[in-house]
Design a binder for this molecule. Structure first.
Ligand code: SF4
Length: 191
């Protein structure tokens, strides 16, 4: 199943690369910018979590030690709702190839099945889409597009981890919960 899930990730990354490319005039994502990993819930399905931990297990001990320290600190904080991801080390993702789906989609505008649009929160940090966003109106302003249109994509969790994808790729995502809750079920709390 992990192999098939990794095939799906390849397919998804390919699509997302094209979306980020199409939205280039509005995107400020760059190596070392890790705002999206510093304060979140990181909802992760069982399949995603297993893949993340497979990758973690292959890391060299010195990196694992740092992650373990981060996890231990996080778990001692009584599982805060919003927290820094423990896989973030020196502002870089230590499990990048195995990061969760939500990590891959962050930065683009998404819409869900009720057509509700979500603009990435980093717009308020003068980052993605800030050049076409009115902070007072809290919306994208059409007058300043200059030829490029900011688009919203169907990249919500419900779709990308939904039954249609499961059927197409013959995978099963399983239970969905915040990363901290998955980690709390391991032995990390006793490190
Ligand atoms: S898994 Fe990696 S990309 Fe995702 S929130 Fe954690 S550090 Fe960031």
């Amino acid at each position: 199943m992990i192999t098939r899930y990794r095939e799906y990730l390849k397919f998804l990354d390919n699509k997302l690369t094209k979306m980020f490319e199409a939205q280039k005039p509005f995107i400020k994502c760059q190596k070392g910018c890790a705002y999206c990993c510093k304060e979140g819930e990181y909802p992760v399905s069982e399949l995603e979590y297993i893949n993340m931990m497979f990758y973690y297990n292959e890391l060299e001990d010195s990196i694992k030690d740092k992650i373990n320290e981060n996890i231990s600190t996080l778990l001692k904080k009584h599982r805060e709702k919003l927290y820094e991801c423990p896989f973030l080390i020196n502002n870089q993702c230590s499990i990048y190839p195995a990061r969760a789906i939500i990590c891959r989609t962050f930065g683009l505008i998404s819409y869900d099945d009720k057509d509700k649009k979500r603009i990435p929160f980093c717009v308020n940090l003068d980052l993605n889409y800030a050049n076409v966003y009115d902070k007072n109106l809290k919306q994208i302003v059409t007058e300043v597009f200059e030829g490029h249109e900011p688009l919203a994509y169907n990249i919500g969790r419900k779709f990308l981890r939904g039954p249609k994808i499961e059927k197409e790729f013959d995978i099963f995502f399983g239970e969905d919960k915040p990363l901290v809750e998955w980690l709390a079920e391991e032995d990390f709390g006793n490190i």
